[in-house]
Design a protein around this ligand. Structure first.
Ligand SMILES: *Cc1c(COP(=O)(O)O)cnc(C)c1O
Length: 317
């Protein structure tokens, strides 16, 4: 079943791929509205429905000051007519950044947690004390990554099918918690999933994915692979190479990227698909079709423009 709007599919027209008869398309979740919807709206929708069914009047969750999840929660909560509470990592700044300003404008109440408090966000005892203080609030884990979130991400496959039917072989997606990848893997068991972790040394994700899938009753799924070499130094770390890649990608294919998730995935895809025909030959048969998911996150780009420009060795105007 398709929700609201169907996400667009754009073609990446590259001569090296064309020479191999390989197709690369991009599912543009970044174009879904509002700006922060992306993959986050899929993770949130079942959580919000569940909270309403259970009679909660508020939604609460955790995130950093630039969090796409916090932004999406504030806007989705507002649309659902529910109060929202955001627990933000770190100290309050003198001036709210764009992400938090939007969240507050959408009615979200912000509470700042010290880094040591924030580290306890998944501890059941600590969470229970927080839930006790906010009895009206349904608590959603950071990133919206729980079973309901994974289930919601299964729906992304119906957006692909709307455009492609069954005519695709691989789905590529950037991974933070890998809840999105798990949803895709569960919904498209006969396709290959390629995940690009944006965290360094994220080898724990292999187990996390198994656990998410087991919670959905899917066992021994082997249709997914994580490529661990494209985190670019770690979460939200940006180097000049990545900054230049994003600029060139946007210019060549008219698809804007941000450096935390989509930029790293497409950089990884470039390395895998364009760096050597031999490597490509081991990964994909001739004529294969890859669907890359642009997961969104463009709201976060607003706080990074200067950094990207200075990495490219230019100044912003
Ligand atoms: C949160 C986020 C991801 C990561 O999703 P996971 O389900 O945690 O792997 C990817 N891309 C964007 C833009 C995000 O905001």
């Amino acid at each position: 079943m398709l929700p609201h709007t169907v996400a667009e599919l754009d073609v990446v027209d590259h001569p090296v791929l064309a020479a191999q008869g390989i197709r690369l398309d991009v599912l543009r979740l970044d174009k879904l509205q509002p700006l922060s919807a992306g993959n986050k709206i899929f993770k949130l929708k079942n959580n919000i429905r569940h909270a309403q069914t259970e009679g909660y009047s508020a939604l609460a969750s955790f995130g950093g000051a630039y969090s796409n999840h916090i932004h999406a929660l504030a806007l989705a909560g507002q649309a659902a007519g529910m109060r929202t509470v955001g627990f933000i990592r770190g100290e309050p700044q003198a001036v709210l950044n764009d992400t938090l300003q939007d969240a507050v404008q959408a009615g979200m109440t912000l509470h700042y947690l010290s880094r040591s408090e924030y580290r306890q966000r998944n501890s059941p005892a600590w969470l229970a004390s927080l839930e006790h203080r906010y009895p009206d609030a349904y608590f959603i884990p950071e990133g919206g990554s729980n079973s309901l979130g994974v289930q919601g991400c299964m729906e992304i496959v119906s957006h692909i099918q709307y455009h492609c039917g069954d005519d695709y072989d691989v789905v590529a997606v950037p991974c933070g918690t890998a809840a999105t990848l798990a949803g895709l893997a569960a919904a498209a068991p006969d396709k290959k999933l390629w995940g690009f972790p944006v965290l360094k040394n994220a080898h724990f994700l292999e187990q996390t994915i198994q656990d998410y899938l087991a919670a959905l009753g899917v066992r021994q799924a082997t249709n997914w692979t994580l490529f661990h070499d494209y985190h670019g130094g770690g979460y939200a770390k940006i180097n000049r190479q990545l900054a230049l890649f994003i600029e060139a990608f946007e210019k060549n294919f008219n698809i804007p990227l941000e450096p935390v998730y989509s930029g790293k995935m497409f950089y990884g895809l470039q390395q895998l698909m364009l760096s050597s025909p031999e490597l490509l030959g081991t990964l994909l048969p001739e004529g294969a079709r890859v669907i890359a998911i642009h997961t969104g996150g463009m709201q976060g780009l607003r706080g990074m423009k200067d950094r990207l420009a200075s990495l490219r060795g230019k100044t912003t105007c």
